[in-house]
Ligand binder design. Structure first.
Ligand code: NAP
Length: 605
């Protein structure tokens, strides 16, 4: 046998991917592959020291089986998450950490990567899943949801499970996906380990309780680490690593607040630039910024006028006594939810009236209170019925490499008429009014690991983002230019009118001229008699789009979840059928596979 030449060995070494043997699952490899090249030499040395130190600390603990700390070959617990914006993924990771601490062998799995065999082999299943739109599962949960509800679903008599459901009580079908998983697992014979917990937008407290409860139960039955290693007071969850959160936001100075649409446009869309200087916030393209919202004074005053309590009435709120007026600034006092209506009428002793409230007709809270005053209900009890005002998430429209210490957002001012009265979206109005030298925005970083550029910068990308859905693609293009990425970039953008609503027109044309943006397709829906949307342009260029897919393109969709996202998906399926010669079924499988390998990613809501 001849020995390979030095050149061949060098050649092979250059082509052997060191990550191929890394002891991580593929999402973790992708995260590391993204992170490591961004670190300076100094940061890498610090990190390796930190990791070595933490391993040393771990081995100093009396010898204990360590199956839980690495994906076990025979995990006792399978933590399954179905995440859209990353919250369920983060919670699943926290469950994993808590199980590790208690020495319980486990594996954390994205629903998109979950096959039938995983369910057949699992013994204890912890499901963390959110619900979207009108009761839909997250994109990455759809295939498993369908499998479980089909005739191909496996019998699950061997399985114990519990579900943590995330949702939003302002939707009729609150936590619907979590409820469906719960019911379906039970119908397939699985035994409930712990009752399902449904969480509203302010999910942290309930989620923490569920995690503590399920982990304690599993640890008492299956812990591989001797129980005496853990004190009763040890917190199950690791402390939050990021400095700024929704409860402790960074006050980012507003550098630019510029209208992108013309004065005579029907829409008011703003380009906002915020300073991150001194915050230590490091974001990646695809991430979002959470903006902590506060009700404006006129909205709080309007509500107070309908209440029998004085504005200074003391309320115990988040550990201190605060005047009612102040507390109402941070409560959801806009539209009535089903949950609120049911609880409110029960508390004022008129439960039969709840059914008369049609929340789908967008009933304002002040309107309801005027007609049905909260007699015999104390101020504090009334406040307890309100939800905290949820922060708003905006996709980041910049690249930290291109504009360090800044983050840019694209904010559409929400305005709607209700019974002849004009209403504004609290968050977007807050932004629209942020002008002047002292203006600051209370923000925090919201990571979105499911919306990421390809790790290989040579791969082409296709970006479909009508309206403000174009925001993350401004960040993507800036990043690709800053990376000197050689992959081609193709943008599909749509809005109502070319003249008034072409968001970032000058920038796109400049990118195009400089060869950074290779193609741009435009769909101005109302510039002609018949509507033209981005999916029409996709179909027109279906052949080339298919060719780009064959070249390994990653496809991204951002914007409206209600109609656009599914219409665009239909167009993609049609292109796969027409130009790939596939049956409808095969095209659906292809698209699912693209999603699985993170080549088809959506940020839609
Ligand atoms: P939009 O309402 O989505 O309108 C943009 C363009 O899309 C218009 O030309 C509109 O045409 C067209 N359109 C309407 N229905 C469509 C469909 N089924 N398929 C394809 N195109 C369609 O724009 P927007 O006001 O900027 O709102 C964007 C959406 O994205 C909102 O639903 C919002 O919730 C979401 N959003 C996302 C982000 C983000 O950063 N990720 C930020 C804000 C908002 P016509 O109006 O003429 O029908």
């Amino acid at each position: 046998m001849s020995t390979p030449s030095k050149e061949l060995v060098r050649d092979l070494a250059a082509h052997v991917d060191p990550w191929s043997t890394a002891p991580f699952d593929s999402p973790t490899v992708q995260t590391l592959q993204r992170l490591v090249p961004q670190l300076t030499a100094h940061q890498r040395i610090w990190l390796s020291g930190y990791l070595a130190g933490s391993v040393a600390a771990a081995v100093a603990v009396p010898a204990a089986p360590t199956a839980a700390s690495t994906p076990a070959s025979d995990p006792i617990v399978t933590v399954l998450f179905g995440s859209q914006s990353g919250n369920c993924e983060r919670l699943a990771a926290q469950v994993g950490e808590a199980l590790s601490k208690r020495g319980v062998p486990h594996v954390v799995l994205d629903m998109l990567d979950c096959r039938k065999s995983h369910l057949q082999e699992a013994r204890n299943l912890l499901v963390v899943v959110s619900t979207h739109g009108e009761g839909e599962p997250p994109d990455r949960a759809a295939a498993l949801h369908e499998l479980l509800h089909s005739r191909k679903a496996p019998p699950l008599k061997h399985l114990k499970y519990s579900v943590l459901a995330l949702g939003d009580t302002s939707y009729e079908r609150f936590c619907e996906t979590g409820k469906q998983f719960d019911a379906r697992l039970a119908a397939l014979g699985a035994e409930q380990l712990h009752a399902r917990v449904d969480c509203d937008v302010d999910y942290e407290h309930n989620a923490r309780e569920w995690i503590d409860a399920v982990v304690a139960k599993l640890a008492s039955e299956h812990a591989a680490v001797p129980a005496q290693l853990h004190t009763a007071s040890e917190p199950t969850l690791a402390p939050v690593a990021t400095a700024y959160t929704r409860k402790n936001p960074f006050l980012a100075p507003v550098l630019v607040n510029q209208r992108l649409t013309t004065r005579d446009s029907e829409k008011d869309v703003r380009h906002i630039e915020l300073s991150l200087e001194g915050s230590g916030i490091h974001y990646e393209p695809g991430d979002a910024i959470g903006v902590v919202v506060r009700n404006p004074v006129d909205r709080v005053d309007a509500l107070l006028a309908t209440l029998p309590y004085g504005p200074e009435t003391p309320i115990s709120h988040e550990g201190s006594q605060q005047p009612l007026r102040e507390v109402l600034h941070s409560c959801d006092i806009g539209l009535v939810t089903r949950t609120f209506a049911d609880k409110y009428f029960e508390r004022i002793g008129q439960p039969e009236r709840a059914a008369s409230i049609n929340v789908a007709a967008r009933v304002q809270l002040s309107e309801l209170l005027r007609e049905h005053p909260p007699q015999a209900l104390g101020a504090e009890d009334f406040v307890r019925l309100l939800r905290p005002l949820a922060p708003r998430l905006y996709s980041i429209a910049s690249s930290a490499r291109a504009t360090p210490d800044e983050v840019h957002l694209t904010v559409g001012l929400v305005h709607f008429e209700l019974n002849g009265t004009g209403h504004f979206g609290v968050a977007s109005k807050q932004f629209a009014e942020m002008e002047g030298d002292d203006a600051v925005a209370p923000i925090y970083l919201h990571r979105n690991p499911n919306f990421r550029l390809p790790t290989d910068p040579d791969l082409p990308i296709v970006m479909i983002g009508p309206g403000t859905g174009v925001a993350p693609f401004r960040g993507f293009i800036a990043e690709r230019e800053a990376q000197s990425a050689r992959g081609k970039n193709w943008l599909f953008f749509g809005e109502r009118h070319f003249r008034t609503d072409f968001l970032y027109q000058a920038e796109w044309l400049d990118y195009r001229k400089r060869g950074v943006l290779h193609r741009i397709e435009l769909a101005f829906s109302r510039d002609q008699k018949d509507k033209i949307y981005v999916q029409h342009r996709m179909r027109e260029h279906g052949r080339e789009l298919y060719d780009w897919l064959q070249q390994g393109a990653h496809v991204y969709v951002c914007g409206d979840a209600q109609h656009m996202a599914s219409d665009v998906q239909d167009a993609l399926l049609q292109i796969l059928q027409e130009h790939g010669g596939h049956s409808a079924e095969r095209a659906a499988e292809e698209l699912l596979e693209l999603q699985r390998v993170r080549r088809y990613q959506r940020d839609v809501y």
